[in-house]
Write a protein that binds this ligand. Structure first.
Ligand code: CA
Length: 225
């Protein structure tokens, strides 16, 4: 689950970053609207935390721009403006939720988790493919209801593939979600994680497996006998 945080205040961004990391979220952070657009055009995020008072404009412009280009990524707006009119303007521009500064980071994390549970972002808290299950809240994987020990990276890959089960997930998308657009990674890092995950699922008797679509990406689907 990779998030984009758009916040220019270093103190707020620092606190936010700590809380998100502790809650198990990976994220990219930018400090302005223009950078936000660049990132949003380059990668898909699970959700966006968007400050409204940005040095190069109003965060609402970024939000309107996203919705205009049919980008339905959930957006949680962060602002010092608490007035009813601002709140309405934010929701009208397409915000999914609204948090007024100062806020408790615990509340932000809880709101984000709620946003990610919504239909569209996710089909329920538990993803299931064959006898393979993934709990998006506790971030645990199960085969036949037996909890599986997977590394954080393996869990991320599994979640990505399970959210789009039966469809090809481009390798580039997996890379971006795991390492960020600017991430510095070996070209076969994703292959290594997928390989490990596949072996593990096989060993545990999962009835879902991961196929490689050469030159494109991966697809997780129920094993056909
Ligand atoms: Ca600001």
């Amino acid at each position: 689950m990779r998030l984009l945080v758009v916040e220019d205040n270093e103190d707020v961004a620092g606190l936010l970053g700590q809380a998100l990391a502790m809650a198990g979220f990976a994220f990219d952070r930018v400090g302005g609207g223009e950078d936000a657009r660049v990132m949003l055009a380059a990668a898909r995020y699970a959700a966006v935390v968007l400050d409204l008072g940005l040095p190069d404009g109003d965060g609402l412009e970024v939000l309107r721009w996203m919705r205009l280009r049919q980008d339905a990524t959930p957006v949680l707006v962060l602002t010092a403006r608490g007035g009813v009119n601002d709140r309405v303007a934010g929701l009208q521009a397409g915000a999914d939720d609204y948090l007024v500064k100062p806020f408790a980071v615990e509340e932000l994390v809880a709101r984000l988790q709620a946003l990610l549970r919504r239909p569209g972002a996710l089909l329920g808290r538990r993803l299931q493919v064959g006898n393979l299950a993934f709990d998006t809240e506790t971030r645990e994987a199960f085969v036949d209801d037996q909890p599986q020990r997977l590394s954080a990276r393996e869990l991320e890959v599994l979640e990505l593939l399970m959210r789009r089960s039966g469809r090809v997930v481009p390798k580039k998308h997996v890379e971006d979600q795991l390492f960020g657009v600017a991430g510095d990674i070996g070209s076969n890092a994703v292959e290594v994680y997928v390989h490990r995950l596949r072996k593990r699922l096989e060993r545990k008797g999962a009835t879902a497996d991961i196929h490689t679509v050469r030159g494109v990406g991966y697809i997780l689907a129920v094993v056909t006998p």
